[in-house]
Structure formats: C-alpha cells, structure tokens
Design a protein around this ligand. Structure first.
Ligand code: MG
Ligand code: ZN
Length: 211
C-alpha cells in the first residue's frame, strides 16, 4: 500500500517535470539541476560561473533551501534574475516547487538557468524537476567514498564536479579511487576537478557547460 502511494507521488511529479521542460524549451532556456551535500560548493560554483559568463549569456538562478534567502542575496548581487524557494522543511526540490519558481522567472530574458537544489545527497536524486542536465558537486573534504555510499545520486547525474581541490594537500583524499568509483556507477559522467576558491579547473567546467 505504501509503495503504491509513493509511486503515485513520483508519477505526479514526473508529469509536472515534463510541463517544466516544455516551458523551458518554449522559452529556449537551458537548465541545470545542481545537487550536492550541504557545503560542497553549489552556490560558489554558480557564482564563479556567473562572473565568467554573464557578459556572454543571460543567466538566471533559482535557489532552493529549507529556509533563509542567504544564497539568493549573494547571487542577486551579480544582477542576475534570482528566485529563492524555501521548502519549509522538505529536504529536496520537487517539480511543483520548480514550476512555481519558473512563474516568477523572466524566462524570455534568460538563456541558462541554474537550479540549486537543497543540500542533500539522497532524495534530490529521486525527484526529477524537468531540467536538461543534472550536475553533482562533490568536494574533497567529504571524502572519496561518497560514490559508494550514495550510489543513486552518482548514477543519476551527467557530470560530477569535484570541488575544493585546493585542499588536497591537507586531506587524505584519493582522486583515483573517487574517479574509479564514479565511473563504476556511471561510465558517461565526466569528473571535473575544480577549486572555486583559486579558480583552478573552472575552464574545463565552462567548456563542458558550453558544449
Ligand atoms: Mg547554496
Ligand atoms: Zn527530501
């Protein structure tokens, strides 16, 4: 019985996600669902990307958080359209929350939309939003075992951005083991090493984004 209820919820979510995708396509907006654990650097990656691309393309950002508008305020300083979603306790975004946010986005005036999900490596992987690509930000302090502990997340995404590589000298993190574990789950996912602090590796991320 419980399984049936869960299926219905996910089914309804998928229908709304399809609506979202159609709305984005109609407005020629390419969208990314950015996921990670709390503190891995989703907002930092978005900010660094905006700083490097905002003169070339029109960017919008939807910020998902359980509470506060701290990230939206930070992004808003870059003068890009930003909408904050407060989930009021829910530990992931769903397609309906995104639909509400899209209604408040000037979709005709943007080309690229970042959707920053709630920091969580579990259920954001289960809820499609309608975004074109899924991006996982992982980070060196979290340890190289995360793909093995949260396999669904690593299986679902199109690209894994490994952030905070500037901390590698101080932390016991095995990049080879990490990359091997990612590829074991998801052969197609590219692993891009970056530091949003030093800027190292961001060129490769921008190349991926623009391809
Ligand atoms: Mg954030
Ligand atoms: Zn959740």
């Amino acid at each position: 019985m419980e399984i049936k209820v869960l299926k219905n919820i996910l089914g309804a979510n998928e229908q709304i996600a399809e609506k979202n995708r159609k709305l984005l396509d109609k407005n020629k907006v390419f969208s990314l669902n950015i996921m990670s654990s709390p503190g891995a650097g989703k907002t930092s990656l978005i900010l660094q990307t905006i700083k490097r691309l905002k003169d070339k393309i029109r960017i919008g950002v939807i910020e998902g958080d359980i509470s506060s508008s701290l990230d939206a305020e930070l992004i808003g300083k870059e003068n890009v359209p930003t909408v904050q979603i407060n989930t009021g306790g829910a530990c992931h975004l769903d397609a309906n929350m995104l639909n509400n946010a899209l209604e408040n986005m000037p979709l005709r005036d943007i080309d690229l939309l970042f959707i920053e999900n709630v920091g969580n490596l579990v259920c954001p992987a289960e809820f499609v939003l309608g975004a074109h690509r899924k991006v996982l930000v992982s980070s060196v302090p979290e340890g190289h075992d995360k793909p093995l502990k949260y396999p669904l997340m690593f299986t679902e995404v199109n690209v894994v951005v490994l952030n905070k590589i500037d901390l590698l000298p101080y932390i016991n993190f095995d990049i080879e083991a990490f990359t091997r574990a990612v590829k074991g789950l998801n052969e197609k996912a590219e692993v891009i090493q970056v530091s949003c602090t030093t800027g190292e590796g961001l060129e490769r991320w921008l190349d991926w984004l623009q391809s």
